[in-house]
Design a protein around this ligand. Sequence first.
Ligand code: SF4
Length: 373
Amino acid sequence: MLLKLFLNNFLQTKHLTLFFVFFYSLFCAWLRGIADRVEGLSDTKPVQYKENIAIMGNQEQQPASKLTPESLKQMRFLDIDAKIELSKSKIKEWYDYWDGEVYVCFSGGKDSTVLLHLVRSLYPDVSAAFTDTGLEYPEIRNLVENTDNVIWLKPKLNFREVIEKYGYPVVSKRISGYVYDVRHARRNSNTRRLRLEGLRKDGSFSPLSKISNKWRRLIGAPFKISNKCCHYLKMAPTLEFEKKTKLKPFLGIIAFEGKNREAMYFEHGCNAFDLTRPRSTPLAFWSDTDIWEYIRHFNVPYCPVYDMGYQRTGCTFCMYGVHLEKGDNRFQLMKKTHPKLHKYCIENLGLGKVLDFIRVPYEPACEKPEKGE
Ligand code: SF4
């Protein structure tokens, strides 16, 4: 009864209009809040970007907004469903921007496996390309062979030719490159000064440009060292493929896995339209846990080497980062899981002498031969 009286009075006194105006304003503010949040999570605006480069004709132009470490942290805490939706929106942007002329760089590792599954959930006909370095675990090759619509890219040199001509990949790409620079630079050259003392041409000091004291002794190692391996075995065939097909890549790169990757992400976001080699990394803000959650939830077939104790599935004979591995390193594990491969790389390819030099064990602890040390 009271309510009826109130409503009658309310309707007659024209307060109803005010009532609706008030709640409509609240509703609009709420919608704006959501839009702002979504925009904060979205790194670039391809349509605006495309218009801008058309107007300016300048491929070097920066994206409209840049990400910050804070926004990456926020995205890290999104749940897997939100991450999937956001990644899908990045995939759509990339696909639309390049009119479907895209492909997935597929290594057979867990990240690119998830990426391929996600891309094909939207666009089933997108092709994948796998670079056959000849250094993959047999399980990886098997997975790739059993995946539809994958193009196999062949490098012009094989691993043996690369190490014989240029040198072994040791410690890290940076250190291998610096050692190569010193060994090939003229005496008293600027390059030598930079790599040995960290002194630039103008006399300023750049500590990261010099070989660290720990690895200085690599300069006198009795074998060749270089950072050329990735270029000849991976990059060269991939770039040639992209040049020939004009397809633009999706890469399964996770930003949290390295400072350089993070920096690239802050600078360009997921969809880097403005790089000399444009690329999309729609999983950049995912974590390892997300990747495994996705694999299990969607029952995605993955490479079984992860179940053998390996943390990485990259090239079997690569020595980058092996000195940092805790517990059984990749070569100690290989001896147990792939003994023939182990014998081949340690003896035939000479990795044993390199690992000895950098003091990394390659036999399981109980089988390590005594060396009188
Ligand atoms: S990951 Fe290592 S072995 Fe593989 S191509 Fe690069 S440097 Fe060579």
